[in-house]
Design a protein around this ligand. Structure first.
Ligand code: GDP
Ligand code: MG
Length: 687
């Protein structure tokens, strides 16, 4: 019988975790999904002698304070699943910074193995430590490795087995915080015991430290007023004695401990890495050129996404067009089969519409991986931070907002990098106001229909600016109401620049793209079918007109979606909309682009794309430029599409926020559009 040993890999992002995971497990890994959480962690197996190792690659983190989702997942896994061995992958060339996480693992008193990866880089920079000495001081075995060469693989496995068998003579170092803090730690420890709160899963001292670190998850878990009060008192006592809050002191003490240990064990100090990174930084994060360079880089990224992504997008479009015709061909004589319509209009129309964006998404994630791996991304956040702080957001919110101009769904996923839940929620909630690519066809239809050539560019620009302006305003509003408190300051240290490897960049891009395809694909497939049913049923038994386009329009009016459009007309009236616009908007909830196609059907011109001029003329005849503007305004602000709601639900962990986003933005849209329309009509502007 093989003995099973479970192993968790933790470490800072970019320390080489995934590389080592792959070297250890070969290609037998699969993507696992932990119940209740949504971040994918990889699990792989490895057989060695009589042992079967199950290895879990946890998300990269800098800390275990449960500030970001990734930290929470890593920590909860270690505490709840109790792996036999925790392997901390450390970037040896950046030791002090990486040890911050290590110290927290030591505090958890788990069987810990320290892997000093990137030892080639450390050697090249002339960094070297007395490893046996360091190992003794930290109380954990150390294995130096070169991840991508597989060097140190056997040593890691052997060290894991030794730990699992309890053959390691080392015991975790004591991490202490100085008299003032220690006093409060022990009084909280006593309180936990007397209140009978702590279960045996958690170490009491560890809990007390976390409470002083202001760890909301732990506080919420106990939900005890006495405890909350006691923590507040302890914090005040510490503040009185030291002048700083307990969480600051604790972080500070950990870094002091690390410096002390490192200073004692270092054997060589000729570190020239920082000077090279510093030289690059002198230009890239320069306070004059920083922002322009960043903007140019972003411009290039977006340009590449759309220019390089264009042709493959067209191929996919052609393919779905061809597939639609092929499938239609199965029904002789173009008969009115419901199944045909479901497959072609519903499934291919809906799911195809999402897959078309895949090339853009892949390029986007490729660019992000490159920027991340090279070390530029933290700098971009750093550069934008000061500006964003003014709006109640932090620098790291910036990247998701940029992504939001493409598609809100990956943008919301990108908020995972934010280290503070409130910052993350604020960003997530206002993200739909970054006008996404799917709204573009709406503007492209409306603007030329109602506005003379010379104002068209300006109108488009104005719509985008209104979105940004509202996002900023709303973020500020959320900051003083539901999600009170200032955004987290940027405390991160900038990692050194590094040349990204092709393998890691491509894998990263592929994993993220696949996630997009799978998640958006399943959601959109469901919605497409629902939308198809709503616009097709109940079907009108007989028609009074013979023109096929008119039949289509009459059928739509009779269908559930059409009736819904009629039903909501009174609510839409104040904004200047009629039932036809309402019906099209229902479709747009599935995907914004659908609005144009739906309007086309309603205005009986068949495929909106083929005869856009005709549709434009009809719109021009039926509505005023003011209504046209109102439509754009409403589509910009209102109802993020269903996929967005689904992703917000998934990423925020509750329907509450998803519904708040849905209801709040729709209400805001209604109010602003009504205001604009009513004032415009009263003043006679654009009527
Ligand atoms: P993770 O974010 O911790 O999963 O890190 P990855 O495994 O994705 O590795 C980040 C980058 O470091 C990749 O480009 C790897 O190829 C590279 N890398 C991993 N181990 C080593 C190493 O020992 N030396 C060097 N020079 N590069 C490494
Ligand atoms: Mg990784």
């Amino acid at each position: 019988m093989n003995r099973k040993v479970t192993v968790a890999l933790v470490g800072n992002p970019n320390s080489g975790k995934t590389t080592i995971f792959n070297k250890l497990t070969g290609d037998r890994q699969h993507i696992g999904n932990y119940p209740g959480v949504t971040v994918e962690s990889k699990i792989g197996n490895l057989n060695h002698g009589d042992f079967e190792l199950e290895i879990v690659d946890l998300p990269g983190t800098y800390s275990l304070t449960a500030r970001s989702l990734d930290e929470q997942i890593a920590r909860n896994f270690i505490i709840n699943d109790k792996p036999d061995v925790v392997v901390d992958i450390i970037d040896y060339s950046n030791l002090e910074r990486n040890l911050y996480l290590t110290v927290q693992l030591i505090e958890l008193k788990v069987p810990l193995l320290l892997v000093f990866n990137m030892s080639d880089v450390a050697a090249a920079h002339g960094i070297s430590y007395d490893l046996p000495k360091l190992s003794k001081m930290l109380g954990a075995p150390i294995v130096p490795t070169i991840g991508f060469k597989g060097q140190g693989r056997i040593e890691i496995i052997e060290a894991i087995l030794k730990l699992a068998n309890g053959e390691t003579a080392l015991s975790p170092a004591d991490v202490t915080y100085g008299e003032d803090v220690e006093h409060e730690i022990s009084s909280l420890q006593d309180l936990l015991t007397s209140l009978n709160l702590a279960s045996d899963i958690y170490d009491h001292r560890w809990l007390a430290v976390k409470l002083l670190e202001n760890d909301r998850e732990i506080l919420r878990k106990f939900n005890s007023r006495d405890l909350t009060e006691a923590v507040k008192k302890s914090d005040e006592a510490i503040k009185n004695k030291t002048g700083n809050h307990s969480d600051i002191i604790i972080v500070d003490q950990r870094y002091r401990l690390i410096s002390r240990i490192c200073a004692e064990a270092i054997t060589s100090t000729t570190d020239n890495r920082l000077t090279r990174s510093d030289k690059i930084d002198r230009i890239l994060t320069n306070h004059l050129f920083g922002i322009p360079i960043f903007l140019i880089l972003m411009y290039l990224v977006f340009n590449i996404i759309f220019t390089v992504g264009g042709p493959p997008m067209a191929w996919i479009e052609t393919f779905f067009g061809w597939a639609g015709k092929e499938i239609s061909g199965w029904w002789a004589g173009g008969s009115d089969s419901a199944l045909r319509s479901l497959l072609v209009d519903g499934v291919i129309g809906g799911v195809g519409g999402v897959i078309i964006f895949l090339p853009n998404i892949m390029l986007l994630f490729l660019a992000i991986s490159l920027l991340e791996d090279s070390g530029y991304m933290p700098r971009a956040a750093f550069i934008m931070d000061r500006l964003m702080q003014k709006f109640g957001l932090q620098g790291r919110s910036f990247m998701p907002m940029l992504i939001g101009f493409g598609c809100t769904v990956p943008a919301i996923m990108a908020t995972r990098t934010l280290d503070n839940r409130r910052d993350r929620l604020v960003t997530m909630l206002v993200l739909p106001l970054m006008s996404c690519g799917a709204r573009f066809p709406i503007y492209a239809l409306i603007i030329p229909a109602f506005f003379p050539q010379k104002y068209r560019g300006m109108m488009l620009y104005a719509i985008y600016l209104i979105g940004i302006f509202l996002a900023v305003l709303l973020a500020k509003l959320l900051r003083v109401t539901l999600l009170k408190g200032p955004p987290s300051p940027m405390v991160m240290e900038l990692p050194p620049y590094r040349l990204p490897t092709l393998n890691s960049v491509v894998t990263n891009m592929w994993e993220k793209s696949w996630l997009y395809l799978r998640k958006a694909g399943t959601v959109i497939l469901g919605i497409s079918i629902i939308m198809w049913v709503l616009t097709s049923y109940p079907s009108k038994p007989d028609t009074t007109v013979s023109d096929p386009h008119l039949i289509q329009a009459e059928k739509l009016s009779y269908s559930a979606a059409g009736r819904l459009g009629h039903a909501i007309e009174p609510v839409l009236k104040p904004m200047g909309f009629d039932w036809k616009i309402g019906t099209a908007m229902i479709g747009a909830f599935a995907a914004k682009e659908v609005f144009v196609a739906q309007l086309g059907i309603i205005y009986s011109v068949g495929e909106a794309d083929e005869e856009k001029t005709v549709l434009r003329e009809k719109l021009q005849r039926s509505y005023t430029p003011l209504t046209g503007f109102a439509i754009m305004l409403f589509m910009l602000i209102s109802v993020p599409c269903m996929a967005t709601i689904a992703v917000t639900r998934q990423e925020s962990g509750s329907w509450k926020w998803a519904f708040l986003q849905l209801g709040g933005l729709t209400l805001l849209a209604w109010m602003i559009t009504t205001l604009v329309y009513q004032i415009g009509s009263a003043l006679g502007i654009g009527v």
